[in-house]
Design a binder for this molecule. Sequence first.
Ligand code: FAD
Ligand code: FES
Length: 289
Amino acid sequence: MPYKIIKKLQLGNSGTLFEMDIYAPLIAKKAFAGNFILIRINETGERIPLTIADYNREVGIITIVVQIVGKSTLLLSHQNEGDELLDVVGPLGNRIHIKKYEHPIIIIGGGVGIAPCYPQAKELKEVGNKIISILGARTKDLIFWREKMAGISDKIIISTNDGSEGIKGFVTEPLKDIISKEKISLVIAIGPMIMMKNVVSITDGTENLPRVETFVSLNTIMIDGTGMCGGCRFPAKDGQIHFACVEGPDVNGHIVDFDILLNREKRFAEFEEKSYDLYKEECKNLKPR
Ligand SMILES: Cc1cc2nc3c(=O)[nH]c(=O)nc-3n(C[C@H](O)[C@H](O)[C@H](O)COP(=O)(O)OP(=O)(O)OC[C@H]3O[C@@H](n4cnc5c(N)ncnc54)[C@H](O)[C@@H]3O)c2cc1C
Ligand code: FES
């Protein structure tokens, strides 16, 4: 079945972020917050996991938001409206637990992690939760979906490392401020691994702040997405091994051993860099379409 790109939009001014609508009616029909897809662009392409950031069941469309970080995401950015992707598998992973919580929920999106926050905030808001969204990035050009997130949030806070928009600093500063002043039922953090590690270290009750249940979305390396290859294995603090694709990708952040995981994620860095450089070299010889 062809997976046609229906719409493509650049996000912000960084040149590294884009949004794509893909015609995939069977996936759209079953998609929920927390689910992801595996995409293979062409016959020689690798499979890359991407979150279903939005879905429209009526028109059969799923939306993805992608940050260019290496060869496959750069190759995907070269696909245009009307092009077809070879394979799109999904929805994979688990739907997040949706219920009405007693106190507000804080949803933290860092960089491209803002996109997976959207369906989670939307579905949690629909059942009556109060949502406080914190959107953070290095600089304002990497913040997107401000209006979309504002539309499903009771309060929205923006933070940038360089102070170009909102509070200057990391997302952990407004997080500390809120949980020290009011009762919060749940924190959801999605973004770079280091951001999720730092959020968890604030909500785990060891910093003279109340302990708050915290979910993180693990963007570990994934290949099959169905529990068979072991690529997405992550260690828990008690030594147990878990699989992010079938147990998550959203998991209890307080059990994750982020130090081991951060090291594990670097294991293919040399090959990833080589393949990125080779592809960029190849692109120089391509004629623009
Ligand atoms: C469940 C899940 C959902 C994700 N959702 C999104 C999303 O919505 N938008 C988005 O831009 N990115 C998302 N990612 C990350 C995305 O899959 C990687 O950025 C992409 O695979 C990198 O491929 P590349 O060839 O461009 O870069 P590479 O050169 O392969 O790698 C560059 C960096 O990406 C990491 N990476 C490489 N392969 C994977 C992989 N298969 N899974 C995770 N990380 C990888 C590497 O550790 C490295 O740091 C998600 C990852 C997971 C596991
Ligand atoms: S991606 Fe293969 S086991 Fe999880």
